[in-house]
Design a protein around this ligand. Structure first.
Ligand SMILES: Cc1cc2nc3c(=O)[nH]c(=O)nc-3n(C[C@H](O)[C@H](O)[C@H](O)COP(=O)(O)OP(=O)(O)OC[C@H]3O[C@@H](n4cnc5c(N)ncnc54)[C@H](O)[C@@H]3O)c2cc1C
Length: 466
């Protein structure tokens, strides 16, 4: 009898604990569907355009701060209904990271926090009537408008880049690159006789963090995932180039880490060419300054970013190169009630302003910090607490760059380290920063499985034109 009672108690305890865990992982939305007033009914309407690092953080932070008040409504409008977790995008190329874990659902997180969401593309701002216009002719009103539209690739007018190169500015781009490699392997498997060198030569242009990560992911894809499935192709016939215009790769990193990264790439037979500028790209060739040519049908452009071109349609003060002009409180100049953050904003770096006038760099960590400050400032403005406005001061935490699944170069609060341990640190850091609990669990499980099983890589045609 005693045993039966103990067993019953243990079972009951387990059921209660599982229930508590489920509630913790699935928090109740702030409003039940029948309780939630429409966004337009709120006295103070805060409209956030863009649901990426900047916009999503701003919206979440505002909802956190207005938990006890009913006078502020938040609406996020973005062209995608997912949040792209950019630091993990390169991992999609080798299939080390699953697409669904990088595309974080936006709706669930925002609705649970008490905000509203509409998937729509911003077309313009009606400044007089304080409304935005989106595709399909709809309008949304605002009292405070936060703009965080992100960036896009910059081709610097180099002939052929836009037409012939793949880019790295979205989840679809990473899938396209993976499919391109598989496409070439399939094509070459069907070829008889001489195989043109251009088929199996991959040229990554841009030696910043994205370019280095993409070159490493290509190597991982070819050597770990594809090589055993294509026994008729010698993986060492595949050539990967990394082209950089400056005198070294990873310009923001410490020289010791640059060296470690470069040694790693060279050991993997990735051909790193620095002080090298691409002058023209055609369907099967990259022409470099000085006349050298690399025969390749597979060029990936990662060499430049610029603010989203959509900002030029918004009748706001902009600096073409750096974005919407804001002051140190993140307010758009001469446009009361409008704020801009993230890659689309030219934000003064108050730490360096007197020294060289450079702005805050376009990084995810900066966008997150800006999102938190803009949330505070928007609420202070709504409440008429001008004295509580906070100047934005960027506090860089460091940089993490992964080169394949077992090597990274990291600089965190001045501490520099590289190698396998750094790769584990990279994974743990970004895993904890994923917003969706499903993605966290799935990605952690994939990485554990990946230590025993090679990723199964296939080319699902239809998800991209490759
Ligand atoms: C491949 C890659 C890897 C990166 N890795 C790192 C890294 O490891 N660490 C780091 O610190 N930074 C990294 N970055 C930079 C970082 O991603 C950006 O600085 C950051 O995302 C900026 O945040 P944001 O909110 O401005 O833009 P995003 O996060 O890009 O969000 C832009 C939002 O605007 C929406 N949008 C765009 N146009 C419209 C429109 N017309 N109408 C409505 N909505 C629109 C989009 O749907 C999206 O929701 C990386 C960038 C890339 C491209």
């Amino acid at each position: 009898m005693g045993r039966l009672l103990k067993g019953g108690l243990a079972l009951g305890g387990t059921v209660v604990a599982l229930g508590a865990l489920k509630r913790m992982l699935n928090p109740q939305p702030r409003y039940a569907p029948w309780e939630k007033p429409g966004y337009e009914k709120f006295e103070n309407k805060v409209l956030v355009v863009g649901g990426g690092f900047g916009g999503f953080t701003a919206a979440k932070e505002i909802t956190e701060r207005i938990k006890d008040r009913e006078d502020v409504g938040v609406l996020v409008v973005a062209k995608d209904n997912f949040f792209t977790f950019w630091p993990m995008v390169a991992g999609i190329v080798s299939s080390d990271i699953e697409t669904r874990n990088v595309a974080q659902p936006l709706r669930r997180a925002l609705i649970t926090a008490g905000a509203s969401f509409r998937r729509a593309k911003l077309n313009g701002i009606d400044h007089e009537n304080k409304k935005i216009n989106v595709d399909g002719g709809l309008e949304f009103p605002y009292d405070q408008l936060i703009i965080s539209l992100g960036g896009q690739p910059n081709f610097f007018g180099i002939p052929g880049v836009e037409e012939h190169a793949l880019h790295m500015r979205g989840i679809e781009d990473a899938e396209r690159i993976r499919n391109r490699v598989i496409e070439r392997f399939e094509e070459v498997s069907l070829m008889r006789g001489e195989i043109p060198e251009s088929k199996l030569t991959f040229v990554v242009i841009g030696g910043g963090a994205t370019g280095v990560e993409v070159a490493s992911e290509l190597h991982l894809l070819v050597h770990e995932a594809l090589a055993p499935d294509y026994p008729n192709i010698d993986p060492h016939r595949v050539r990967i180039y990394l082209i950089e215009g400056l005198d070294n790769i990873l310009p923001e990193l410490d020289p010791v880490l640059k060296r470690a990264a470069r040694t790693r790439l060279v050991n993997q037979r990735i051909e790193v060419k620095t002080n090298t500028l691409a002058e023209e790209i055609s369907a099967n060739c990259v022409r470099l300054k000085g006349g050298e040519e690399i025969a390749s049908e597979n060029v990936i452009w990662t060499a430049g970013n610029r603010p989203n071109a959509a900002i030029s349609e918004l009748d706001l003060p902009i600096d073409e190169r750096n974005g919407i002009k804001v002051d140190s409180y993140l307010r758009v100049q001469d446009r009361p009630g409008i704020w801009a953050i993230g890659d689309c904003a030219a934000i003064p770096d108050i730490r360096q302003e007197s020294e060289n006038g450079r702005g805050v760099p376009p990084t995810a960590q900066a966008a997150v910090q800006e999102g938190k400050v803009v949330a505070k400032n928007v609420l202070a403005t709504i409440d008429g607490r001008q004295e509580d406005l906070e100047e934005f001061e960027y506090r860089p935490m460091g940089q993490l760059v992964e080169l394949g699944s077992d090597f990274a170069v990291n600089e965190v609060m001045g501490v520099r380290f590289s190698g396998r341990l750094a790769a584990i640190f990279w994974r743990l850091t970004y895993l904890t920063r994923l917003n969706s609990p499903q993605s966290k669990a799935q990605q952690a499980a994939d990485w554990v499985l990946g230590t025993f099983l090679r990723p199964a890589v296939t080319q699902v045609r239809g998800t991209s034109e490759e």
